[in-house]
Structure formats: C-alpha cells, structure tokens
Design a protein around this ligand. Structure first.
Ligand SMILES: Nc1ncnc2c1ncn2[C@@H]1O[C@H](COP(=O)(O)OP(=O)(O)OP(=O)(O)O)[C@@H](O)[C@H]1O
Ligand SMILES: [Mg+2]
Length: 347
C-alpha cells in the first residue's frame, strides 16, 4: 500500500517539510518551507541529564527522545500554525548517531508518513549540518566550500552542486569537537565542553606551546589526537610538579591551535577551487574565535563567509528539513523498511 504510493507522490514546487532529528541528545522537530524559510523550530535537549556523567549516556538519550518527541512535534505544528495535512514530507535523520536514539526518530517519522500518506525522506545527519547554510543565507547556491566542524566530523568539503560533494580532507583521528570535549574534561569544565572551553579561553592568552598540525603538509587532512594528548600532558605535568598552570591560558592556547588550521585550510581550498564562498557548519562553528578567524582570513581574499546562527550549528531539526527538501525535490523517498544506521559515509 504505502510502497505503491511512494512511486506516485507528486513533487510540488513549493514544499513544506518537517525535519525530525534524534541522533544524539537533542529531540528536534522543525518545519521549513522550500528548504530555506523556517516556520518553526523546536529543540528539547536532555543535555542536563547527561551533564553529571560528563558526556552523553545513550540509553538516557533514547528514553528522553521517547518522552519528548510527541511534545516537540505538537509544538512545531502549533508554532507554525499548521496541521499534519499541511506537511508535504517527513524528513528524518537515519544516521549517523546513537542507534537507539536514531531509532526513535526513524520509527516516529515512519508512523507519520504512513498515517498521513506522505513521503518519508531519509536524511544523513552530516548532509543536514551542511544544509543549515541554505537557511543562513537564503541566496546561497553551490559551488562553495563547506567547513564541517562537529562532535564527530572535521572536514573541508567542496560543495559542487546541491547533490554532489567532494571531501577534500578530513580528520585522521579525533574530530575537533571531540578534542574540545576532552580538553574540557581534563580542565574540569562542565559538559558540553566546547562552549565551556570557549568561555574560559576568553580570559587567557595563547602562551602554552602546543604542537602545530602538519606544518603546511597533509593536504586538507587534520589530526587532533596529538594536540589533545599534548594538552593532557601539559596539565598533568604541571599538576605533578605542583606548578601553577593557568587553565585559561591552556584553553586559549588549545583553541587557537585547534582552530587556526581549520580557517587556513578552508580559505586555501576556496582559493584552489576558485570559489567565492565558505560556509561553516557543525557544532564547533558556533565558536566565536573560529567564526572571526575564518571571516578575517577570507576577507583578505575577498571570499564571502556564511555563518549560520549558532542554534543552527549544533544539532537541530531545521537542517534536516533543509536537506530533506533537496532530497524531496529529487524524489528520494524511503519505504517503511528504512532503518537507522550508526555510521554513514560522508558522500
Ligand atoms: N562554542 C563552541 N566552541 C567549540 N566547540 C563547540 C562549541 N559549541 C559546541 N561545540 C562542540 O560541538 C560539538 C557538538 O556539535 P554537533 O552537535 O554538531 O556534534 P554531534 O552531532 O555530536 O556530532 P556529528 O554532527 O559529527 O555527528 C561538541 O563537541 C561541542 O563541544
Ligand atoms: Mg551533529
């Protein structure tokens, strides 16, 4: 029944897509028109429940999604002044992420698609992060360079068209967000680590010598494990020797060592491809130092920078609806056998 209808759905010129995101600790449901215009944006986070454990506890996240998802959807519809009948497609993150958490969103989206007989649109979480740029700049069109910096990914990507991307380089080990979270932990800062490190870094100076990444080699690849270990060693050595090491200086030194290279490589890539725009995405793109660094470097080369609002950098439903719209236009619909996937290749 539903299987037959997915071949026959009419693809409308104007489409209102509901984006459902449950890959980690945010239950996010948003409604976006034509992939650009946000009609509603609801995020119910279970972050405070994870804070006492210093990181996301998968089972707690999954349970929190099951209790929050209905409420998030009701609010998203109410805020947009719409009913389910107005929704043209249900886009959902099918991966990557925590399997149990993803399954809540996928099952929910399947149910809605089936009940209202509307397309079920599978969305890659990372493609979603990248699509947040289209909400940030309503006139943005490929090609451009996407600098993806999140909790699980770090990559410089050439966005050649709405559908074709080329990953120019990525991290060989830890993601930059993961490094922020680990450094926050060793400095005794609260979860989530990234914003805590950024806040503390503002009070410090970059006085601590840390290894520079690749020194210009390595193409567009990155490596954060050496930098992370150097920070951990510096803190532990000082503790053992009873030396007074300024945590603010550690945070500030780490932040510049981790982020300067991202800005440099994104600008290099943009020049190499002769593109005129760089767009930032992923949770670390909320970092003010990174936003300023990319902007000032790009400005010197007349490159435009798209900086999504901070709430669209970290996980949200709008980005899933924005990418969902692109997939909707292509008729990329799933049937009810859609499953969640912990890992998804970036392509
Ligand atoms: N202001 C900030 N400065 C630095 N890092 C930040 C900031 N805000 C958030 N982050 C980091 O961003 C990450 C969260 O981003 P995001 O939600 O995109 O990651 P994720 O969904 O866990 O991973 P992925 O998207 O790769 O699957 C965390 O590692 C967090 O510490
Ligand atoms: Mg994410």
């Amino acid at each position: 029944m539903y299987l037959d209808s997915i071949k026959n759905f009419t693809i409308k010129d104007d489409a209102i897509i509901m984006g459902i995101e449950t890959s980690c600790d945010e239950t996010a449901v948003s409604i976006v028109k034509n992939g650009r215009e946000v009609l509603s944006d609801v995020i119910i986070s279970s972050a405070t429940e994870h804070a006492k454990f210093g990181g996301v506890v998968p089972e707690i996240a999954s349970r929190a999604h099951t209790t929050a998802i209905y409420q998030a959807t009701e609010r998203a519809l109410k805020d947009a002044g719409l009913t389910f009948d107005d929704i043209d497609g249900f886009a959902v993150t099918y991966g990557a992420g925590l399997l149990g958490a993803l399954l809540v969103g996928v099952s929910y989206a399947k149910t809605l698609a089936y009940c209202f007989n509307k397309p079920l649109i599978p969305v890659s979480h990372i493609r979603g992060h990248m699509a947040a740029s289209y909400i940030a700049d309503k006139s943005l069109q490929p090609p451009f360079i996407s600098l993806l910096t999140s909790g699980g990914h770090t990559a410089v990507i050439a966005v050649k068209s709405y559908y074709e991307i080329e990953v120019l380089g990525s991290t060989l080990d830890d993601a930059v967000g993961e490094a922020f979270d680990k450094v926050a932990r060793v400095l005794g800062l609260s979860y989530p680590g990234g914003p805590s490190v950024e806040r503390l870094a503002k009070q410090g100076q970059p006085t601590i010598k840390l290894p520079k990444m690749f020194k210009g080699q390595g193409g567009y690849n990155f490596s954060y494990s050496g930098l992370k270990t150097a920070v951990i060693n510096a803190v532990h050595n000082a503790e053992q020797k009873g030396e007074d090491l300024s945590k603010a200086d550690v945070a500030c030194s780490f932040q510049s060592a981790a982020l300067d290279i991202l800005a440099q490589k994104a600008v290099e890539a943009c020049k190499q491809f002769k593109y005129d725009t760089i767009s930032l995405c992923g949770g670390v793109a909320a970092n003010g130092y990174l936003r300023d660094k990319v902007s000032s470097l790009a400005n010197k080369s007349n490159i435009k920078v798209v900086l999504p609002e901070k709430r669209y950098c970290t996980d949200n439903g709008c980005m899933i609806a924005a990418e969902g719209y692109l997939q909707y236009k292509k008729g990329n619909f799933a049937d009810l056998s859609l499953n969640a996937s912990a890992n998804v290749t970036l392509k």
